[in-house]
Design a protein around this ligand. Structure first.
Ligand SMILES: O=C(O)CCC(=O)C1=CC=C[C@@H](O)[C@@H]1C(=O)O
Ligand SMILES: [Mg+2]
Length: 336
């Protein structure tokens, strides 16, 4: 594909920040991200801290695409987005959702470790009470067993669910659950997220007929072009979602959503509202429940103000090196 920039060039152009979150999300209270300024603009490399190089290299490929090569032509300028609700108690639902400017679709996190189904039911019930006409979807991040998932979906379907994202971990269980939900006429679609972005073969879930739709993310899938190919080959409707990115990474997600031939669902790209600080003052936030495509550039003053300490920067530089190594090994194998 494109030529890989050298490590020295990447290191020179890298800025590492730590941004406080408004509310804890997947255990994260400060989001760390590495931003790259390249000839085509800004790119974000922000794999979660526990990810190993085999996985983080795809995130780096996405950042390089954004900063060096830019994006494919958009087919739309506006991207409808959902509000994302972390696994908070019902008493905090209204306050967290007040960070979003307009709420037409809400994704509710469920199956959080250490919580039980009653807490999920209470959270979803409160969302439905506050937003009687909104689309509600849930995301279990593979947190349920098959039996737990059937119970949970039976308990939650009555609130009206658009879809359940990754209710169970394996493709086999997703497939079984999808059949069960259809047989019970629960009216809930099954979406695959981790089964796309973490499986060796992102198309396996589609081939198995285990999901009604797929959730795609620009960074984990190795960039906008690669994600577009996956959607084309999967032949399923796709929802673009963030990886809890800064405005720079959200722009990468928006480029993906903007280039998809069809966009039947609101996208999970409003997560900028979960961050207290960002890397630009012209933050990439939704207006009227939609993002409007525009260029996003990180602001040098904010990069300086949010910069991590030297030890964290060294950690990120070694991560950059390891990820770059994986990409250059792959390029060497492909060129052989
Ligand atoms: O899709 C959304 O509404 C927001 C993004 C989101 O939910 C996620 C972002 C980052 C990490 C993931 O745990 C999570 C997801 O599973 O989709
Ligand atoms: Mg998900």
């Amino acid at each position: 594909m494109f030529e890989l920039p050298g490590l020295a060039e990447l290191t020179e152009r890298a800025h590492v920040v730590s941004l406080p979150m408004r509310v804890k999300f997947r255990g994260v209270e400060h989001r760390e991200a590495l931003l790259l300024e390249g000839p085509a603009g800004w790119g974000e490399f922000s794999p979660f801290l526990e990810y190993a190089p085999a996985e983080t290299s795809s995130w780096l490929a996405a950042a390089i695409e954004a900063a060096w090569w830019g994006y494919p032509e958009p087919v739309r300028e506006e991207i409808p987005v959902n509000a994302t609700l972390p696994a908070v108690g019902p008493e905090r639902v209204a306050q967290v959702l007040s960070n979003y400017d307009a709420v037409h679709t809400i994704k509710v996190k469920v199956a959080e470790q250490g919580q039980d189904l009653a807490q999920d039911v209470a959270r979803v019930a409160e969302v439905r009470r506050l937003f009687p006409d909104a689309h509600i979807r849930i995301d279990a991040n593979a947190g349920w067993t098959f039996d737990e998932a059937t119970l949970a979906l039976e308990a939650l379907a009555g609130f009206g669910l658009q879809y359940a994202e990754q209710p169970v971990a394996s493709i086999e269980d997703l497939s079984r659950l999808r059949k069960h939900v259809q047989a019970q006429e629960l009216g809930v679609l099954i979406a695959a997220d981790e089964s796309v972005r973490k499986e060796e073969d992102p198309l396996a879930v589609a081939r198995a007929g285990a999901a009604d739709l797929i959730v795609i993310k620009a960074q984990p899938l190795g960039g906008v072009r690669r994600a577009l190919e996956i959607v084309a080959q999967a032949g399923l409707p796709a929802v673009v979602s963030s990886a809890l990115d800064t405005s720079v990474g959200l722009r990468q997600g928006a480029a993906l959503a903007a280039a998809l031939p069809e966009l039947p669902y609101a996208c999970g790209l409003a997560t900028g509202s979960l961050l207290v600080e960002d890397v630009t003052t012209a933050r990439f936030l939704a207006v009227g429940g939609a993002l409007r495509l525009r260029n996003i550039a990180a602001d040098p003053d904010l990069l300086r103000a949010q910069a991590v300490d030297p030890e964290r920067r060294r950690w990120w530089m070694s991560r950059l090196r390891a990820s770059h190594q994986v990409l250059s090994d792959k390029a060497a194998t492909a060129g052989r």
